[in-house]
Ligand binder design. Structure first.
Ligand code: IMP
Length: 193
């Protein structure tokens, strides 16, 4: 498989996961989640923007009654490292008290953003609070996070595609690619390692 247009290929070191590999894993995750949440009418909370592709694929494979909502939080205060305080850029549109909530994340990196978000959601008294993450970079973890349903553990490399961006680029790609360090070193973006 080619890895995109000539301009993209210059920025990518390799394809980390193909569309087929991601699809297979999402299918398996959906089966696991459906088995555990069949009678719980879960509320899936997608964390914007990175999780939208994963959420869309996952929910269409979950053959159980469910609802979705979206939240947008940022723990990056303009520097290259997470700040440890979360800014809510878009809140949920409903009360989660008594609901079985599953937070759907694209990637858990240091875990700072998700830790802050989980603490905030926990204060709203859901019946349960679980985590579904497509990707995890365990080598970078700083906050303790128990991921209940994980797609893939990946090495400490910056990845794009399947919803994940670099400076808002590449989210639309159906596969995941590793960005060359030169590509983000030059741009000096604020959510790179
Ligand atoms: P954390 O607070 O360090 O766990 O940051 C999590 C957020 O950083 C994710 O939701 C992504 O938006 C972003 N992020 C971390 N690693 C990557 C990556 O490799 N590619 C794209 N975005 C990333």
């Amino acid at each position: 498989m080619g890895i995109g247009t000539a301009a993209q290929e210059e920025d990518f070191a390799s394809v980390l996961l193909t569309e087929a590999q991601i699809g297979e894993r999402v299918e398996a995750l959906a089966r696991e989640i459906a088995a555990q949440y069949a009678d719980k009418h879960p509320l899936l909370i997608g964390v914007l923007k990175g999780s939208i592709v994963f959420l869309a694929d996952l929910m269409r494979r979950l053959d159980i009654p469910l609802e979705i909502d979206l939240i947008c939080a940022s723990s990056y205060g303009g520097g290259s490292e997470t700040s440890g305080t979360v800014t809510l850029l878009k809140d949920l549109s409903q009360d989660i008290r008594g609901r079985h909530v599953l937070v759907v994340e694209d990637i858990v990196d240091t875990g700072t953003t998700l830790r802050c978000l989980l603490d905030l959601l926990q204060e709203r008294s859901p019946a349960s609070l679980g985590i579904v993450a497509l990707l995890s970079k365990p080598d970078r973890r700083r906050a303790h996070i128990d991921i209940d349903f994980l797609g893939f553990e990946i090495p400490d490399e910056f990845v794009v595609g399947y919803g994940l961006d670099f400076a808002e680029k590449y989210r639309y790609l159906p596969y995941l690619a590793v960005l060359k360090p030169e590509a983000y070193a030059l741009a000096g973006d604020d959510n790179t390692p």
